[in-house]
Design a protein around this ligand. Structure first.
Ligand code: UFG
Length: 345
């Protein structure tokens, strides 16, 4: 396969980043990873190299420091950037708003500044459906009103606004905001996957930790939402589909300067209990659960209108909930302690 462009992937050792790096390498791109390893493991990059036979240049540094980014832009023929590196825990963002604003916005400023100086104009941004707040209409189209209900969401919203202004400041910038719904699952090889530190906040890693015996039972946050079974409804998307969405965006925006925004979801809503049942079906493991109080700040339901990505990017999710559960479990059962297992070998 002939080599395509070199793409800098910030946060490329993290969960979504690593799957995107793998996808880029498999599609003939030359991904270059920058990651400060604050919430990720270098082992993910080692395994991507093993899966692809590619050599992935890796720089351990923090994107908030433009002076450490400059040398990479001199050393590597970077033609585009996919920016994942950011803090992402909603609850933590409420406790540490300054850290979230500082890290997530300074990282963006620093990258854009360095890109501008090196005349690199292709940028794909890791945004979130959290920018829709408590949406009035589902499925949620990209044109829905935006609002953020926590500092993490604010940083995504502010970043989108900054990127809009940057795109308008000179012609040539091609910028895409990808608003993810709920990424879950893992690469079907079981070699890379989600490795949350501490107690998982999110549903799927919590379920897989119950299945592997690390946690005794799942707490289902609320069963009186106005949904088909009373539990919260979300649009879960396989992380490999999400990774492919990034490559589709990169290819689309090359010929389309300006700023673009796409939802990346499946368009299908699943409740917490739907996910529990699908997981039990796909893996044969039983997931004990208890219904507890609703989690403050959670919305009843959120799922994507995916028609824009399908029409314009020619991308749509291929995996269903059963495959998401199968692959999440494949990863967790092969790596009960995530990448930690590799370190102790
Ligand atoms: N849930 C449980 N028990 C758990 C964890 C989650 O019942 O232990 C429920 C939640 O109440 C919700 C659903 O499972 O109904 C999904 O929760 P997640 O925490 O997995 O995902 P969220 O939809 O809350 O959050 C995700 C991303 C955020 C993003 C947000 C936007 O993780 O980064 O979507 O809505 F901001």
């Amino acid at each position: 396969m002939t080599k395509k462009e070199s793409i800098l992937v910030t946060g490329g050792a993290g969960y979504i980043g690593s799957h995107t790096v793998l996808e880029l390498a498999q599609q003939g791109y030359n991904p270059i990873v920058v990651d400060n390893l604050s919430n990720s493991s270098l082992e993910s990059i080692r395994r991507i190299e093993e899966l692809t036979d590619a050599t992935i240049p890796f720089y351990e540094l923090d994107v908030v420091h433009p002076e450490s980014l400059h040398p990479i832009f001199y050393e590597q023929p970077i033609e585009g950037v996919i920016h994942f590196a950011a803090f992402k825990a909603v609850g933590e963002s409420v406790e540490k708003p300054l850290a979230y604003y500082q890290n997530n916005l300074e990282g963006l400023f620093s990258l854009l500044q360095v890109m501008d100086q090196h005349d690199v104009s292709q940028f794909v941004f890791s945004s979130s459906c959290t920018v829709y707040g408590d949406a009035e209409v589902v499925p949620i189209p990209e044109t829905a009103p935006v609002s953020a209900v926590n500092p993490y969401g604010q940083t995504k919203l502010m970043s989108e606004i900054i990127l809009r202004d940057v795109a308008q400041s000179r012609s040539g910038w091609s910028i895409t905001n990808l608003r993810y719904f709920n990424p879950v699952g893992a690469h079907p090889s079981g070699r890379i996957g989600e490795d949350p530190s501490g107690i998982p906040n999110n549903l799927m890693p919590y379920i897989t930790q119950v299945a592997v015996g690390t946690r005794p039972f799942l707490r289902v946050f609320g069963d009186t939402y106005p949904t088909h079974d009373g539990t919260g409804v979300r649009d879960y998307i396989h992380v490999v589909d999400l990774a492919k969405g990034h490559v589709a965006a990169l290819e689309y925006q090359k010929a389309k300067p300006g700023v673009h925004t796409f939802n990346l979801g499946t368009g299908k809503g699943s409740s917490v209990l739907d996910v529990v049942k699908a997981f039990e079906r796909a893996t044969g493991k039983s997931i004990p659960y208890e219904i507890v109080e609703a989690r403050p700040g959670d919305v009843a339901e959120a799922y994507a209108d995916t028609s824009k990505a399908s029409t314009i990017l020619h991308w749509s999710a291929e995996f269903g909930l059963d495959e998401m559960c199968r692959d999440a479990w494949n990863w967790q059962s092969k790596n009960p302690h995530g990448y930690e297992d590799a370190r102790s070998v």
